[in-house]
Design a protein around this ligand. Structure first.
Ligand code: FES
Ligand code: FES
Length: 915
């Protein structure tokens, strides 16, 4: 169909475009109208990120042929703000912290605008119903609902005065861009003249292949500029998290190890590379029986997937302390069991996207990432160039959760742009994103946990096998982190805990919010519930008896000196726990098919890398015009690092936040702050930001020759330092500028004190730990096996809540992902590679979440802060499983607890009772 002239009204303006009527409205808005505020998360009507208003009603713009909007009225997120100010709804989102990464936010705003037009004062149920078509992976929806119900509330508070930023409920410093559509995500920033790249991936989990000649393909598709294969990789054709395990090829070299492994890359104009069908590409596949699952991979004679890993065992982690066999034998009660979890997809709403361009003998890569300095190293390796020749420019990141810690398209884009000397861009489709990128490790775990008659834990024997899939990715981290955490946050004198990462032909398992700890928590929490029941001790009281406290020694022999807030979390939950358990039991006394239950889960989580150097460097510069620039390598993936770092640095410096601008993650401009993972940025980079602020403050005070208590006032062109009644001015024009235009530059460096673990897993793996306890209330339909969470109460020891809104948002989002992990999410290659077959929690799946913030200050942390990103998720699934047991009497030990599994367990339980 040829292009036609199409007239319609767009954000109040009459426009005319030459487009093919069959084009998707979302594509036309972004490409022809330049309105990139409308996002594309799936192009299939599943995610709602592309929601716009058509004649006032919400529609998915990816599902509307643009021919249908002729003569009609279209409003996008860019059309919401009027007269230079945010709409009431946008202000409410800003005030409530309803946007985290912001990729879903335009769609949410448009759906909510439609709702409020129809129902100015909606109920929560009406709001949830109206917004149900838009998925959010970050927020758990709670603050979005709050914002919609409070649309007419008061305006957001102004920025706090100097010295009062830490602890304040400050709106996101980058929030407004996310609310107006101005934020630039990875698919919004490529050079206009960029070629497009598309990877042709293996449709087989295990195969060898040979490539034919590409002459015919070029002849049939003149827009095809180049087909890249493994032979074109200039440097090392391998990447991976660990310096000594670069086992994942950029392009497979005749052998693929999972469905999704890339074989060749097509580079050309967008229409051409999109139109070429995979079957047209001359690849001769010779399928091999795949190695599926841990048993097959470890069976005698199993095909060895990597030459240097006999038995397909990538790595084994161990923590051993005391005589476990003797302690278990001497225990009054021992609970044991096997637990299993499936593969879980990150399902961030922003698929991977990016561009690369060659700039002389350097390469610039713009992409969504959680780890710009790691990306720089990987790109340098595959190009065979020096690191300083690579510049990584992170875009805004539309969700990561660990899935954007590994490089995805960065290496191949860099190779294409390097070889062709032209900019090249790519964006993964939703199915490609799901098929090709890492997953949460499927796990099979066994545990034996003993205790005394009065409920004191004595010993734990624990073993976990993790299906690490085709390549190592973060398998070593998971195999080592889980044994350290195997006891949970409890005093257990004797332990032997092992974790293995096993290669299979599944998609690579990598980092996903918790590095295996959410899986491991099922074991200690599940067995504790059983011990408590057998001893007729209340589950919360049992945990209180055993809760680790300051002064206790962990399984790795580390003495926890300070900041151990689990007891405080449990004490805070106690009144709610008792009331909720009694209410559920009273309800069940008269219930038939619907039964209610209340469960509890606890966790601890080591903040930062396990037993590895974990440094961050932050800088803050002062320009002649009085602008402060925070050079932050800590990538904000929606968790709020941009805001948190500014709050901390501002207070350390002693000036108001409003003076700050921030440069995020650009490896040419920021120092290495490490990756945004392991819940480390607030603790590690936050401390570095504090030290940078103090460093700059010290420089200013020295210039003014004043004491430490002096107040700093920064104005245009000068700094005034006041001490008592005296004021001294520093004329910034008299100071020399550096290359970035800064006249003064403060720097902070922090590397948390840890030690390596010895052969028995003894040492100090983390400088500090987060603690939490959550209560889950659920309703189970025993006839259907469905489980509906009714309420979550989450008590978290975060050391210090630098920004309570952000902390609550992290808890909400973590709980929502925990609900998905517990009840619905399981990725199956070739089956659930889209967002209508792979289910993540929607508005209706996430209940009320009450957050209780415990602040047991960590002396090493910035203003006492630790971390919250991963701790938020860990206790949710165990609490839900405990609640299911309370409601029904069955113990579910295979996640997700889908209705068929729950129903089967109920039936088996009934059969057992009747037998
Ligand atoms: S992009 Fe349109 S619904 Fe997902
Ligand atoms: S804020 Fe909703 S997907 Fe990130």
């Amino acid at each position: 169909m040829s292009a036609q002239s199409l007239r319609f009204t767009l954000n109040g303006q009459a426009i005319s475009l030459e487009v093919r009527p069959i084009e998707r409205l979302a594509t036309v808005l972004r490409r022809e109208a330049g309105l990139t505020g409308t996002k594309i998360g799936c192009d299939a009507g599943d995610c709602g990120a592309c929601t716009v208003l058509l004649d006032g009603a919400q529609v998915c713009a990816c599902m509307v042929p643009v021919g249908q909007v002729a003569g009609r009225d279209v409003v996008t997120v860019e059309g919401l703000a009027r007269d230079g100010g945010l709409s009431d709804l946008q202000q409410a989102f800003h005030r409530h912290g309803a946007a985290q990464c912001g990729i879903c936010t335009p769609g949410m705003l448009m759906a909510a605008t439609d709702l409020l037009r129809r129902i100015p004062r909606p109920t929560e149920a009406e709001a949830a119903d109206a917004l149900a078509g838009v998925l959010c992976r970050c927020t758990g929806y709670r603050k979005i609902v709050d914002a919609v119900l409070d649309v007419a509330g008061t305006a957001a508070s102004p920025m706090p005065p100097a010295g009062c930023a830490v602890g304040a409920r400050v709106p996101k410093t980058d929030g407004i861009a996310k609310l107006t559509g101005a934020e630039k995500f990875a698919d919004d920033v490529a050079p206009a003249d960029a070629l497009w790249l598309r990877l042709v991936r293996s449709p087989h989990a295990h195969a060898r292949f040979t490539l034919g000649a590409f002459d015919d393909l070029h002849a049939r598709h003149p827009g095809l500029v180049r087909v890249l294969s493994a032979a074109d990789v200039p440097g090392l054709n391998g990447f991976g998290i660990y310096p000594d395990v670069k086992d994942q090829p950029v392009l497979a070299d005749g052998y693929v190890r999972y469905r999704g492994d890339p074989a060749v890359a097509l580079v050309g104009d967008q229409a051409t590379v999109t139109a070429i069908r995979d079957e047209e590409v001359p690849i001769d596949w010779r399928v091999i029986e795949p190695v599926t699952g841990i048993d097959a991979a470890t069976a005698p004679g199993a095909v060895q997937l990597h030459a240097d890993k006999p038995g397909n065992v990538l790595i084994e982690g161990l923590v051993r302390r005391g005589d476990v066999a003797a302690a278990l034998a001497a225990s009054d009660v021992v609970a044991e069991g096997e637990f299993e979890t499936g593969s879980v997809e990150h399902a961030y709403i922003e698929p991977e996207a990016g561009y690369a361009r060659r700039v002389g003998d350097r390469i610039e890569v713009g992409a969504c990432t959680q780890a710009p300095y790691m990306d720089r190293e990987e790109v340098a390796n595959v190009l065979g160039v020096e690191r300083h020749q690579v510049r990584i420019v992170p875009s805004a990141c539309g969700g990561g959760f660990g899935g954007k810690l590994d490089v995805s398209l960065q290496p191949i884009l860099a190779i294409a742009a390097w070889l062709l000397d032209r900019p090249v861009r790519a964006v993964y489709t939703r199915p490609e994103s799901m098929a090709a990128t890492t997953k949460r490790h499927p796990a099979r775990m066994t545990g034996r946990l003993g205790c005394t008659r009065d409920g004191r834990l004595t010993a734990l024997a624990f073993h976990a096998d993790f299906d690490t899939g085709a390549y190592a990715s973060w398998g070593p981290t998971v195999a080592n982190r889980v044994p350290v955490h195997a006891t949970g946050p409890y005093r257990v004198p004797a332990i032997e805990a092992r974790g293995r990462a096993i290669y299979t032909n599944a998609p690579p398992s990598g980092a996903f919010r918790g590095f295996g700890v959410p899986q491991g928590a099922l074991v200690h929490e599940g067995l504790i519930d059983e011990l408590a029941e057998r001893l007729d001790i209340d589950p919360l009281e049992f945990r209180l008896i055993n809760a680790i406290r300051a002064g206790d020694v962990t399984a790795t022999g580390q003495t926890l000196e300070t900041s151990c807030g689990l007891v405080a979390c449990l004490e805070a939950l106690k009144p709610r726990w008792r009331a909720s358990r009694e209410a559920a039991e009273a309800y069940n006394a008269g219930a038939t098919s619907l039964r209610r239950g209340v469960g509890i889960g606890c966790m601890w989580y080591g903040i930062g890398n396990t037993s590895l150097s974990n440094p961050s460097t932050m800088r803050v510069g002062l320009k002649r015009d009085g602008t402060l620039t925070l050079y932050s390598g800590a990538v904000d993936i929606g968790q709020g690092a941009n805001t948190i770092m500014t709050q901390i640095c501002a207070d350390a410096l002693g000036v108001e936040m409003a003076r700050f601008t921030l440069i995020m993650g650009d490896t040419d401009l920021t120092a290495d702050a490490g990756k945004s993972s392991a819940s480390r940025q607030t603790f590690v980079s936050g401390k570095a930001a504090e030290l940078a602020g103090r460093d700059l403050r010290g420089q200013i005070l020295r210039l003014a020759n004043t004491g430490d208590a002096a107040a700093i006032e920064i104005g245009d062109g000068r700094v005034v330092v006041r001490e008592g009644d005296a004021g001294r001015a520093i004329d910034l024009a008299e100071l020399a500028e550096d290359a970035n235009g800064d006249v003064l530059l403060g720097e902070g460096y922090f590397d948390p004190p840890t030690t390596t673990l010895d052969a028995e897993g003894q040492g100090v793996p983390y400088a500090t730990y987060g603690f939490a306890a959550q209560i889950a209330e659920v309703e189970v339909d025993v006839e259907l096996g469905t489980v509906k969470p009714r309420r979550i109460v989450a008590a978290h020891d975060v050391g210090r809540a630098i920004n309570p809104v952000q902390v609550e948002g992290q808890i909400h989002g973590g709980v929502a992902q925990g609900i998905g992990f517990a009840l619905m999410e399981e990725y199956i290659p070739g089956v659930s590679e889209n967002l209508h077959d792979y289910l993540i929690p929607t508005f209706g799946d996430v209940p009320e979440i009450e957050c209780i913030l415990i602040e047991d200050a960590e002396p090493l942390g910035p203003y006492g802060a630790k971390g919250i990103g991963e701790p938020a998720l860990v206790p949710t699934a165990p609490a839900i499983l405990g609640a299911i047991h309370h409601a029904t009497g069955v113990r579910i030990r295979r996640l997700p607890a889908t209705p068929d599994r729950v129903r089967a367990a109920i039936l088996a339980n009934q059969a057992g009772r009747e037998a």
